[in-house]
Design a protein around this ligand. Structure first.
Ligand SMILES: Nc1ncnc2c1ncn2[C@@H]1O[C@H](COP(=O)(O)OP(=O)(O)OP(=O)(O)O)[C@@H](O)[C@H]1O
Length: 597
């Protein structure tokens, strides 16, 4: 219960508080009623409403995007990326303001035409490639589509023998304002068909020729080769036809393979001397079948197991996988000897095999190669082609059916091939007018025979001079290119050319034999007990290596010599030189390549 005394005390406290607060409240009231504050407050409220509205719109737009659109990403390196970029260049990016201008080369680029015909192509000697970075909205078959392009972000490649490298890969994002998946698939299908149509006159060759590339897609180099007609390949009767028939049958029988549980792949080995038409056959076949080639040479120094596996697993279905120089995975006795020679001279041992690979040896192992050919970790439905100049070097495991289903031998030119090549070189339609006239005149003087009969006669004369199985078709082609408008001159000069070539080949053979002999002598002098160390022989590319190399190479050499001959000290002492090494020193002196130390 409140006492009268307390009530009085409370009242006096409130009065004194009011007295102290009253002037301040007056000030606050006058401050709040000032127009400046009022307007600010209004602005604040208005701003809050606008910001809330903006966020609401954004949220609604996002919900709309989420509910009523879908976005497809196309990543560089994938074939679908090529389809879409080609489509966009033709349909959407024609009005680009930014171009990458580069000199025309065989590397494929999607450029635009100024005439506006819509076909992406190259102009004269220059390619104009749009580098569109801004998002763009366009209509396709009644739907709104938005395209954005992300420039390649640098990413780090997994560590490789060449150190960790950066690579760039971009993407294209296509947003379609519909939830109907079939619209997206129709759009991609249209882009694909356009791409096939544009690529038809060419054979597309993807080459993995650099170790510094996107690890997900090592096929960085894309070349466009003009399609070669099959009849321009001159082989033994029926070889090409049966090859084409076999490949077509394989492509059309995927279900048959699946039903029987047989992996759907087919392997061909084309073997024979250089310049006999192995690669040309594959390119012509690819053009005929409308397939793209993914070509890798095992002779490339950087191709190792992991690179080969990545490359093989990223090849799309319905393509040709071409492994050139497959024998490089199986070095010959001479290669091994050469390698041993490098090691003996200390340099290879010091620098390591990855720095100085042998001329032909690949670092791919047989087991990986077999796995790759078996299609482990990759799509089926591909044609596998391998080429080699040395079939004898190949492991039987590689040649078994299922890996290599057909072996096609190639040989140096026969007389029939020489005659066919001659006829192919002088067709009536492609000859220049002057040449045709002069030939026609000659034909008339010959007794009024037709152009074709005249050329056939000349071809027989030409072939009669060409010794069978001595020159490759490429060599004969090289000769004919020198007189491509004068068939009679070609016949007149062939005998002399053959003599010159024989002489040149003889000289080259002699030089090679002399080099081999020298190398053998060197090897023998090194493996001989008590041999003196030899300074390393620098390869031509390593001429600027630091001066320190000979010392280190010599140390490696000493170690190796020590391994070969246990009794020998690691570095020969003067005493050893004077007493035991007398005979060998004498021998070394006669060898001009082995300096006396
Ligand atoms: N049988 C052939 N028919 C037509 N042209 C040929 C033939 N053989 C070789 N050539 C011509 O010779 C050149 C080289 O041919 P290609 O590269 O196909 O030979 P290759 O056997 O693959 O040689 P390598 O083993 O050195 O790779 C090409 O320009 C090609 O036109």
């Amino acid at each position: 219960m409140r006492s009268p005394y307390n009530a009085e005390k409370e009242a006096s406290t409130s009065w004194s508080m009011f007295k102290s607060w009253f002037p301040q409240s007056l000030f606050l009231a006058s401050f709040l009623s000032s127009p400046y504050i009022f307007d600010s407050a209004k602005l604040l409220v208005l701003g809050s409403i606008v910001e809330t509205g903006r966020r609401l719109c954004q949220w609604l737009l996002e919900r709309f995007h989420f509910q009523y659109s879908m976005t497809a990403q196309f990543s560089e390196g994938d074939l679908a990326y090529e389809w879409i970029v080609h489509f966009l260049v033709a349909k959407v990016w024609q009005r680009s303001c930014d171009f990458n201008v580069s000199a025309k080369s065989s590397s494929r680029k999607w450029g635009v035409q100024s005439s506006g015909s819509g076909q992406p192509t190259s102009l004269g000697n220059v390619d104009y490639v749009p580098t569109y970075q801004q998002p763009q909205l366009f209509r396709w078959q009644g739907y709104w589509l938005e395209v954005k392009r992300s420039s390649g972000m640098p990413s780090k490649m997994p560590s490789s023998p060449f150190g960790s490298q950066m690579y760039y890969s971009g993407s294209v994002f296509v947003t379609i304002y519909t939830m109907d998946m079939s619209v997206l698939s129709n759009f991609v299908e249209e882009a694909r068909l356009r791409y096939i149509e544009v690529s038809r006159p060419n054979v597309i060759v993807h080459i993995a020729d650099t170790p510094h590339c996107n690890p997900a897609f090592p096929w960085t180099n894309v070349k466009c080769k003009l399609r070669r007609p099959l009849n321009s390949i001159i082989l033994q009767q029926g070889v090409l036809e049966s090859l084409l028939q076999d490949a077509k049958e394989f492509i059309g029988t995927e279900d048959w393979y699946t039903e029987r549980g047989i992996p759907h792949r087919r392997g061909y080995l084309l073997h024979g001397p250089p310049g006999s038409g192995k690669s040309s056959t594959i390119y012509a076949l690819a053009g005929e079948l409308g397939m793209e080639i993914y070509s890798l040479s095992l002779a490339s120094g950087f191709v190792d197991d992991s690179f080969l596996q990545r490359a093989a697993s990223s090849i799309p279905k319905h393509s040709i996988f071409l492994l050139e120089d497959i024998d490089c995975a199986f070095p010959s006795r001479e290669d091994d000897d050469d390698n041993q020679m490098n090691v003996m001279s200390g340099l290879n041992g010091f620098l390591g095999p990855s720095f100085m690979p042998s001329m032909r040896r690949s670092s791919v192992t047989l087991s990986t190669l077999l796995n790759v050919i078996d299609g482990v970790g990759s799509e089926e439905g591909k044609l596998f082609f391998a080429t080699t100049n040395y079939i004898d070097r190949l492991d039987p495991a590689l040649l078994r059916p299922g890996r290599i289903d057909r072996k096609i031998p190639y040989s140096l030119a026969t007389k029939e091939q020489a005659a066919a090549l001659f006829v192919h070189f002088f067709p009536k339609l492609n000859s220049s007018k002057d040449a045709v006239d002069s030939i026609a005149l000659a034909a008339e003087t010959e007794g009024n025979i037709s152009y074709e009969e005249f050329i056939a006669k000349l071809s027989e004369a030409f072939a009669s001079h060409v010794p069978p199985d001595e020159f490759s078709t490429a060599e004969l082609q090289g000769y004919l290119l020198g007189c491509k408008k004068q068939p009679e001159q070609a016949v007149a000069g062939i005998a002399e050319w053959i003599e010159q070539e024989r002489q040149y080949k003889r000289e080259r053979r002699d030089r090679e034999e002399a080099t081999k002999r020298k190398a053998k002598e060197k090897r023998e002098s090194l493996t001989r007990p008590n041999a003196l160390p030899v300074p390393p022989t620098l390869p031509s590319g390593a001429s600027s290596l630091p001066l320190l190399l000979p010392t280190v190479g010599q140390t490696a050499q000493n170690l190796l010599t020590g391994v070969i001959n246990d009794e020998q000290p690691l570095s020969p002492s003067p005493a050893y030189e004077a007493s035991e090494g007398t005979t060998d020193v004498g021998q070394c002196e006669t060898d001009s390549d082995v300096p006396k130390t």
